[in-house]
Design a protein around this ligand. Structure first.
Ligand code: ARG
Ligand code: ZN
Length: 863
């Protein structure tokens, strides 16, 4: 599929009526589709999409069609000679219990549910399964009352009642026109958590979260998060909820995090359950963000949707930007930004350097599911953030208001969105549009000089795209501040502003500032104002100065990050050359005071004492020696632990608090983050007293954050406590799928010599249910990120992963494709990793039975 080949649909839909007759062994789906010729289309037959359907009958305008009246291929149903209007009635039969791809209508535990984005609806019935065909839906569900007392679909329930033979029915009507990917149904015996929300205009909305029985109490945090999100969207974007009911259903078997189906969001249990006993603090913030994300889609995605899937970032980039802003408003602004940038740099920069690099609006694809990427989502969010920075908050709000006004009820393009930004601001965004069409991470270089005689300070910026040299320059907002020798901010213009936003849009550009009395230290790209790599001429002393004085919370941390990165790079080089490592003198000087610094918040302390991720360091090394990076990280941690030992021990005690009842507060989470960071570093010392401390913390733990952090100290060891506590963990939580995922992931990510024997044991474990995507991610996904296991120099890690991909691909291509991504960086690796990964990929490519999803990735990687 190519973006430029877009054609409007030949027929539009005025109304969709569906009836689902649910039986234990199968489901009958009958559809009534009222078509109308699209005046904007050139011509063409009526063509519907399908996938794996058993077609029982087809009627056109009431007349039963014979096999000669239409053409059927495995993926299309074509009917010629259709007039201006037509009523098509199709009866299909599907088998939800046999659907292990978890796309379309499927069974998860005892409930039936759906996942239709992007192309799952065609696995339910024949349909023009594309987002620019929108219609109101009326859906009738019929099922056995005892198995499925709860019957849900989109919109309002308008009818329900009993049928004969213990069956019952419900009819749902969604007044808002929507594309098929937003269709949903759920049927099962479910527990309900109920609440209400009153909108700004005073309408009362019923909020319901459904789960399997026994789990309702785990959704209270999600419910609170939902209400916070509804309120925030009213204030920040002026968007109210538009129906009287809003449902969330928690499902155990789910390919992704969650799905924004109109008024019937379906969630992976991992994205909605949260309780202190079973959920780590970070996941509380994650649940809140995902609940908000899916809710925000009601306006950015549902009311205004995408014309075609190349426009995916229109809804995803914007909605991620909205959920990130929400989290920043509710929690530490700098802290959340640091965490988001860590993800961007670890995962998106990696994708941008891989053969799968693509613009946020891709030009072509084989399997659209492969393009729900960190580039479309996270870099897409950065692009919206840059627009907001350029326009300024009030104008940005004017522009989003215009967007909602102009395009409500439509399926539109990224271009339509940018046009609203342009029209509302009067700014010419012609060049800005390059962010939508160019792949690759820009590299910006900054140098500056101060001239005492003229009191001028001159900043020179240069930009390039090392991985995509043909790219043209892009406009970047440079949020800038200048610090004087005493740490005070200097005025940057006559108005006395201490922070300005520069527009940096040429290959090389110079900015001159007058009346700068003293040589300043610049704080550049504050709050990470553009998604780029930055190289500067700042000295270590300048960076240390910024670390101490910068008023921008993000950049304070960033200066420390740059120093840690430089130190690690020197160490990695030494590792590769077999030379003795440089001592971490600088790092110790820099970070030595952090644990005891009363001016730093505990969460910032924890972030400052964390090292750049393995995945990030792989992006800045060339070629990549994954094991050398792993060793450099381990050595640095050990040296820091040794040098900072007294401070870390003191911090451990100072931040150790008994967890309060109820949900974790930001202050409690911050204390736990610092305490457990200290425990983790001290664990590197491998001393008896630290092992005792960890075992004691594990046994006394009342929350999952403390319990896991304590267990983590033993993960890469052969201490007796490891087996003992792991066993305790299993017995304590057996039967609880999500927590047992943690137990699997813990073992698959261990740095232990016999990791493959360990994996074999886990695969034989009675809980190793590979049809459950969370379990697959816990087992094989974690192994793929296990540096010493995956990158074994005998190549066994790669071969193991390739076999796992084939095994999963046989029934769930989307999940198999996710596992395949661990190979995306192979071409940048040094030997022997390079040839061994190539061989594993070639063994995959040689198979005739790969899914389109996995085949597309393998093909692109081998390129
Ligand atoms: N729209 C969903 C979300 O971001 C994710 C759907 C993912 N779909 C897929 N085919 N991978 O909230
Ligand atoms: Zn989304």
């Amino acid at each position: 599929m190519k973006r430029v080949d877009y054609l409007p649909p030949a027929y539009l839909l005025d109304q969709v009526e569906l009836t689902f007759q649910i039986f234990a062994t199968h489901t009958l789906v009958s559809s009534h589709l009222s078509f109308r010729k699209n005046p904007e289309a050139t011509a063409g037959a009526l063509i519907l999409d399908g996938d794996g359907l058993t077609t029982l009958s087809v009627r056109l305008d009431g007349k039963l069609l014979g096999a000669a009246d239409y053409q059927l291929t495995p993926t299309t149903l074509t009917i010629g000679g259709v007039g201006e209007k037509a009523l098509l009635e199709v009866l299909t039969r599907v088998d939800p219990a046999a659907n292990k791809a978890l796309s379309g209508l499927y069974q998860s535990s005892t409930m039936l549910c759906t996942q239709c984005e992007s192309e799952g609806f065609r696995r339910i019935t024949w349909f023009p399964d594309r987002p620019d065909v929108m219609a109101p839906y009326r859906v009738r569900l019929e099922a056995e009352k005892s198995d499925c007392p709860v019957l849900l679909s989109n919109g309002n329930r308008v009818e329900s009642g009993d049928l004969s033979e213990g069956r019952h029915f419900a009819v749902w009507e969604d007044p808002f026109r929507k594309p098929s990917y937003l269709f949903a149904l759920v049927a099962g015996d479910l527990e309900l958590l109920h609440d209400t929300f009153t909108t700004a205009s005073g309408r009362k909305v019923d909020l319901s979260i459904y789960t399997e029985h026994g789990s309702g109490s785990r959704c209270v945090w999600a419910m609170e998060s939902l209400k916070r999100a509804m309120k925030w969207d009213e204030q920040a974007y002026g968007r109210e909820y538009d129906l009287d009911v809003f449902h969330i259903v928690a499902v155990s078997d789910f390919n992704m995090g969650a799905m924004e189906n109109k008024s019937l969001n379906i969630f992976n249990t991992s994205a909605v359950f949260a309780s202190q006993e079973k959920t780590v603090d970070q996941a509380f913030i994650g649940v809140e963000a995902i609940v908000a994300h899916e809710y925000f889609h009601n306006w950015t995605g549902n009311r205004i949707t995408c014309r075609d899937w190349f426009q995916l970032t229109l809804k995803e980039g914007l909605t991620v930007f909205r959920d990130q802003s929400f989290t920043q408003d509710l929690h530490s602004r700098a802290g959340s930004r640091i965490d988001d940038v860590t993800v961007l740099r670890s995962a998106q920069f990696a994708e941008d350097q891989s053969p799968m690099a693509h613009p946020i609006r891709p030009e072509e694809y084989e399997a659209i599911d492969n393009f729900y990427t960190v580039t479309v989502y996270e870099k897409g969010a950065e692009v919206i953030g840059m627009l907001k920075t350029f326009l300024g908050p009030p104008t940005y709000r004017k522009a989003t208001d215009l967007y909602f006004d102009r395009h409500d009820g439509q399926a539109v393009t990224c271009e339509d969105f940018v046009k609203c930004m342009e029209d509302a601001s009067g700014r010419d965004l012609t060049q800005f549009r390059r962010w939508y069409s160019q792949a690759g991470t820009p590299l910006a270089k900054a140098r500056s000089v101060h001239e005492a005689a003229t009191k001028t300070w001159t900043l020179t910026l240069a930009q390039s795209f090392p991985t995509h040299p043909a790219n043209l320059p892009v406009p970047m907002p440079v949020r800038l501040g200048l610090l004087g020798a005493d740490g005070r901010e200097l005025p940057l213009n006559a108005a006395g502003d201490t922070e300005v936003v520069l527009t940096f849009d040429r290959a090389e550009q110079t900015f001159v500032f007058a009346n700068v009395d003293e040589p300043p230290v610049p704080s550049l790209f504050r709050h990470f104002s553009a998604p780029i790599r930055l190289e500067t001429d700042l000295t270590d002393a300048d960076l240390a100065f910024l670390l101490a004085h910068d008023t921008d919370g993000f950049n304070r941390h960033e200066s420390g990050f740059t120093l840690k990165k430089q130190d690690l790079l020197a160490r990695i080089e030494a590792q590769k050359g077999g030379r003795p490592s440089p001592k971490t003198g600088l790092l110790v000087d820099l970070l030595g005071g952090v644990p005891g610094d009363p001016k730093l918040s505990p969460d910032l302390k924890a972030r400052l004492l964390s090292l750049p991720t393995q995945s990030y360091l792989e992006q800045v090394c060339d070629p990549v020696d994954p094991l050398a990076i792993d060793r450099a990280l381990a050595q640095t941690r050990l040296e820091l632990a040794k040098a900072l030992q007294p401070g870390l021990r003191a911090a451990y005690s100072a931040h150790h608090r008994v967890a309060g009842a109820g949900f974790p507060t930001d202050a409690e989470m911050a204390d736990r983050a610092m305490k457990n960071l200290a425990l983790g570093l001290l664990g590197e010392l491998r001393t008896e007293d630290v092992y005792d401390l960890a075992a004691t913390q594990y046994r006394a733990a009342t929350n999952m954050t403390d319990r896991l952090a304590a267990l983590r100290v033993f993960r890469d060891t052969d201490r007796p406590e490891r087996a003992e506590l792991l066993d305790d963990f299993y017995r304590r939580f057996r039967g609880d799928k999500l927590v047992i995922d943690t137990w699997f992931a813990f073992q698959s990510s261990a740095d232990v010599p016999r990791i493959l024997e360990q994996m074999a044991l886990l695969e034989q474990h009675s809980d190793c249910e590979l049809t459950n995507p969370n379990r697959v991610r816990a087992l094989y996904g974690s192994f793929g990120r296990n540096t010493t296991g995956f990158h074994r120099v005998d190549g066994e890690g790669y071969r193991y992963q390739a076999r796992a991909i084939v095994k999963i691909d046989a029934f769930n291509p989307q999940i198999a494709a996710g596992l395949t991504r661990v190979f995306q960086g192979w071409k940048r690796c040094a030997e022997p990793y390079l040839s061994l990964q190539k061989a594993a990929l070639e063994s995959l490519a040689a198979r005739a039975d790969l899914s389109a999803n996995v085949a597309e990735l393998v093909g692109k990687y081998l390129g």
